[in-house]
Design a protein around this ligand. Structure first.
Ligand code: A5P
Length: 218
């Protein structure tokens, strides 16, 4: 099965987690785009969505799905989002699309986080995918030195400004032994908005699409 078909299969499986009449948290990325397209088919059954990026908001609106402000939505029953890497204990790296901060806020405000991936995203240990860190622009060099001191090799993602007006450092070669501890440590660096480790608030459900179909991590 082509990767695009796997993304679509995982996205369609996630529809089962959408609660009728609710506001749905929606992340960002190409797999989430498949989910938004699938959600359009049941748009009359939901109140609307909170979007993890401006791109997702535009796609939702193009389908006629109301996009709501999280400040007016309260806690969400469920959010659906993709990932760049996922482990068997449902820890993730996210932020390949630079939307990590809004995605992490939505995950934090959601009672259930359903992650949708194709099987290429499953890893034993996080960190082959460079860890995205969103940084306030004036702190870029300072934060890069601190990340180097942690053993990583940060690279400034050229030409990218996040939806929040910040920059991204992609940190290569990190040894991620304790993902939750590293997530906290990086977030303590002044100037960091957040980093792409989702371990302190991992996914609750990971739906993995492969040639054998879609299965949920136990
Ligand atoms: C966006 O910043 C990311 O967190 C995405 O969720 C992640 O990069 C997965 O994207 P794809 O579904 O496009 O692989």
């Amino acid at each position: 099965m082509a990767q695009e078909d796997k993304k679509r299969a995982a996205a369609e499986a996630a529809l089962a987690y959408v609660e009728p009449g609710s506001i749905v948290g929606v992340g960002s990325g190409s797999t989430v785009n498949c989910f938004i397209d699938a959600l359009a088919g049941i748009k009359h059954k939901i109140e609307g969505a909170v979007a993890g990026s401006n791109a997702s908001a535009e796609r939702l609106k193009a389908h006629g799905i109301a996009v709501l402000d999280l400040n007016n939505a309260g806690d969400l029953p469920v959010c659906i989002d993709g990932a760049d890497e996922a482990t068997s204990n449902k820890h993730l790296i996210k932020g390949g699309g630079a939307a990590l901060t809004r995605e992490k806020i939505i995950a934090a405000a959601s009672r259930k986080f359903v992650c949708i991936v194709d099987d290429s995203k499953i890893v034993n240990t996080l960190g082959k995918f460079p860890l995205p860190v969103e940084v306030i622009p004036m702190a870029r060099s300072y934060v890069a030195r601190k990340l180097t001191a942690l053993g990583g090799n940060p690279a400034w993602r050229q030409g990218v400004i996040t939806d929040n007006g910040n920059v991204i450092l992609d940190v290569h070669n990190l040894k991620i032994v304790d993902a939750a501890a590293l997530e906290t440590e990086i977030n303590q660096i002044v100037g960091v908005v957040t980093n792409g480790l989702f371990a302190r608030r991992p996914a609750d459900v990971v739906l993995i699409a492969s040639d054998q179909g879609v299965k949920s991590l136990p």
